[in-house]
Design a binder for this molecule. Structure first.
Ligand code: NAD
Length: 500
């Protein structure tokens, strides 16, 4: 019998009341391994009602006690790390070790959230006028929602849930319908860690569920991660409905390779950053930009050698570099891009199409693809391919390379590989991209910094995790208080108070 993945509402599993369902695949075999319900608007509204009822008591609990729930949650996730990673790998298709990294990078944000009592402190100024003190406090928003993508089914839900919950909000997660099991396990573990029932709910669904969350007046804020067209739609709809919104979108991350860089180090970095997780990472490097033809020729030769050695297979097999893509649709989309690259005149150095894994012929695999001589007008340069496809787009000089990364419509991540501190410093200051690596290919900031792309990679003004997340999930109340114990009796004043 096919496994069924229920919603998680009010601290328990809730079966859908009939309605639409979606298949959840095992991408390594291509078989359907589970079904997930797609919630109706009415079902989502009842989840919001549940969350709204649970939130005040959670908000009233002191922040240190809320932080202790986070501490226990960290222990429980570490206890279950291998099981979570196996489950994640089986639905997503990333390797077991990479799946552990997915859980771990989420957990690091929960560790940061243990500092919530400190992060939620307000400001205080005494004696700003006679007998007058001014202070501010951070208060939770109420019910908030997270809508997350398939490619990090543990990390991104935790980036949203941690700061939202630690700030005293109730949180509704609408995870990707393609790999929904781990998000449900995380909600169960929060309950086991002592989070009151109804404070973290998981509702599965698609556009109907999302549209309800982003228009219902009881939802105060929406945190989204996914593709750019949906990010933009959710941002504009949520803010038009009076909500806070931070919506992160797609990417086309460049790696600038300066002539003085260590090309073996560069080639190794590009293998992991380009093909790891089958390229299904928003911080994957999809464009290598060698500066000068000599660097480009040498790099193309090294990459071709290494690409030929990559091992692609079932995600839970030992020694596999990357596994399958998420669905056959994804394979077809990426295959279409490869054909377009060929049609537009790029040089195909390695062709990953028509790739099968013996014994798993129905799995959603693509071999590694490498293009050279890609130009900025080609679709494989302009658009996010989101697959194991790395392109080399040559630049004549440093300024041209800098301009390519800066002028691209996406601005999530970028890297420069060089031994020249001057070049690196100039690059980090001038490049028009949100997250920059210097000899670091995937510069995902650690939990206590913030994560966010620029241009069409991010909509909204605050980043994910770090201190920004606590600002996003709280509203500031500022109190001006006067205790006129010093005989202050001014009488009525009709002029705005100033400090003159
Ligand atoms: P997606 O946009 O298809 O889906 C993301 C979420 O939106 C899912 O929960 C999905 O159910 C929902 N959704 C899909 N279509 C919708 C619609 N028409 N209306 C309302 N909701 C809808 O993205 P995906 O394929 O799951 O994830 C891959 C994308 O996410 C890539 O573009 C990747 O770059 C991006 N991503 C960005 C970041 C970042 O931080 N910038 C991180 C990870 C992934």
């Amino acid at each position: 019998m096919t496994r069924y993945i229920p919603h998680f509402v009010g601290g328990k599993s809730v079966e859908a009341s009939g309605g639409r369902v979606a298949d959840v695949f095992d991408p390594s075999t291509g078989a359907v391994q589970a079904r997930v319900p797609l919630a109706s608007a009415d079902e989502v509204r009842s989840v919001i009602e549940n969350a709204e009822a649970a939130q005040p008591a959670w908000a009233a609990m002191n922040p240190q006690k809320r932080a202790r729930v986070m501490m226990r949650f960290v222990d429980l996730v570490n206890r279950d790390m291998d099981d979570l990673a196996r489950l994640l790998s089986s639905e997503h298709g990333k390797t077991f070790d990479d799946a552990k990294g997915d859980v771990q990078r989420g957990l690091e944000v929960i560790e940061f959230c243990i500092g919530a009592p400190h992060l939620l402190k307000g400001e205080y100024s005494t004696g700003v006028g006679t007998g007058i003190d001014v202070y501010s406090m951070r208060q939770p928003l109420g019910v908030v929602a997270g809508i997350t993508p398939f490619n990090f089914p543990a990390m991104i839900p935790l980036w949203k849930a941690g700061p939202a919950l630690a700030s005293g909000n109730a949180f509704i997660l609408k995870p990707s319908e393609r790999d929904p099991s781990v998000p449900v396990r995380l909600a169960e573990l929060f309950l086991e860690a002592g989070l009151p029932a109804g404070v973290f709910n998981v509702v599965h669904g698609d556009k109907e569920a999302v549209d309800t969350l982003i228009t219902d007046p009881r939802v105060q804020a929406v945190g989204f991660v996914g593709s750019t067209p949906i990010a933009e739609y959710i941002y504009t709809t949520a803010i038009a409905n009076g909500k806070r919104a931070q919506c992160f979108g797609g990417a086309k991350n460049h790696m600038i390779v300066m002539p003085d860089a260590d090309l073996d180090q560069v080639a190794d970095a590009l293998m992991g950053a380009g093909y790891g997780s089958a390229g299904e990472r928003c911080m994957a490097i999809s464009v290598a930009v060698p500066v000068g033809d000599e660097t480009a020729d040498a790099l193309a030769a090294k990459l071709s050698e290494r690409v030929a050695e990559l091992k692609v297979g079932p995600s839970l097999d030992e020694g596999v570099d990357y596994g399958p893509l998420i669905t056959q649709d994804a394979v077809d989309r990426v295959t279409g891009y490869i054909q377009q690259g060929v049609d537009e005149g790029a040089t195909l150095l390695a062709d990953g199409r028509d790739f099968t894994v013996a014994g798993n012929e129905q799995g959603f695999y693509l071999g590694p693809t490498l293009f050279d001589h890609v130009t900025t007008d080609m679709a494989i340069y302009r658009e996010e391919v989101f697959g194991p496809v790395l392109v080399i787009a040559r630049a004549d000089d440093y300024e041209a390379a800098l301009a390519m990364a800066s002028d691209h419509e996406y601005g999530n991540g970028v890297a420069i590989f060089t031994r020249d501190g001057d070049a690196a410093r100039d690059f980090t200051a001038r490049v028009n991209v949100g997250m920059v690596g210097v000899n670091v290919p995937i510069p995902v900031p650690i939990a206590y910094f913030t994560f966010g792309g620029w241009k069409r990679s991010g909509f909204g003004d605050l980043n994910q995790h770090g201190t920004d997340a606590f600002r996003f999930y709280t509203k500031t109340k500022t109190v001006t208080s006067r205790w006129p114990s010093h005989g202050v009796r001014d009488g009525a004043s009709f002029v705005i108070p100033t400090m003159q």
